[in-house]
Design a protein around this ligand. Structure first.
Ligand code: ZN
Length: 236
């Protein structure tokens, strides 16, 4: 049974692969929680330097442009802390080094709730299958959350152990909870539209697509606009 989540975590960490991923995946939720007083941190792992079909685009310039787009989008959502780790686009792997880095973020930020992609969502109908970076970062975050960040003998140099309470996995084929984003759907659409480098059909098209998707999810949740997640309770 699906549940509409009303509670607001005090501290939130969202970890995604590409500069536009947090906004597309959970922008309405991040804006809602920021507006309601949560301390919202976003970590973007890659620099997005391969996100173009144009062979004439310089990857370094693209990475710089995408960092600016992400900054503008984060400001629109009310994200107070945004960090770009700068891994090369398309090359994320669930390695011990990446898990160490993520454990460090979890232990420094000490979030109640962590958001990341659902790495088990691979095929979306006949039209799309999930980017390898999304799958890699989803598993890496889950592995970093539990057990690694919570147990002191994993990466002791990264700080004091921390157990987040809940993980919310976006882009899931099996949502179990919903968050009402009716009050922040305009912020989400505007944040997604900031990533103009990513939309051949124009940022307005992307904003409309995001709105339609949240409207469909809203119907399932019984509200005007919603975002759906697979919830994992990490604490008893
Ligand atoms: Zn992505």
């Amino acid at each position: 049974m699906s549940v509409l989540l009303g509670e607001v975590p005090g501290c939130v960490l969202a970890v995604y692969a590409h500069p536009d991923d947090p906004d597309v995946s959970c922008g309405g939720t991040l804006a809602r929680w920021a507006r309601l007083g949560a301390d919202v941190h976003v970590v973007i792992c890659t620099n997005g330097d391969k996100g173009t079909t144009d062979p004439g685009v310089d990857p370094t310039a693209l990475a710089e442009r995408r960092a600016q787009e992400a900054k503008a989008a984060g400001e629109r959502l009310g994200v107070r802390h945004q960090h770009v780790l700068g891994y090369p686009d398309g090359e994320l792997d669930n390695t011990a080094e990446l898990r160490r880095e993520l454990v460090g973020w979890i232990r420094r930020v000490r979030p109640d709730a962590v958001l990341c992609p659902d790495p088990t969502a691979v095929f979306f109908g006949e039209d799309y299958y999930n980017h390898r970076d999304h799958r890699s970062i989803g598993f890496a975050v889950l592995d970093a959350l539990a057990p690694a960040a919570a147990l002191p003998h994993y990466f002791p140099e990264e700080g004091e152990a921390h157990q987040a309470e809940v993980a919310l996995l976006s882009g899931t084929l099996e949502p179990t909870v919903w968050i009402d984003v009716s009050a922040t759907i305009d912020d989400k659409a505007a944040a997604v539209a900031c990533h103009a480098s990513q939309f051949a059909d124009g940022p307005q098209w992307a904003a409309e697509a995001v709105r339609r998707r949240a409207e469909e999810d809203g119907r399932r949740a019984g509200v005007a606009f919603a975002e759906g997640f697979r919830r994992l309770r990490l604490v008893g």
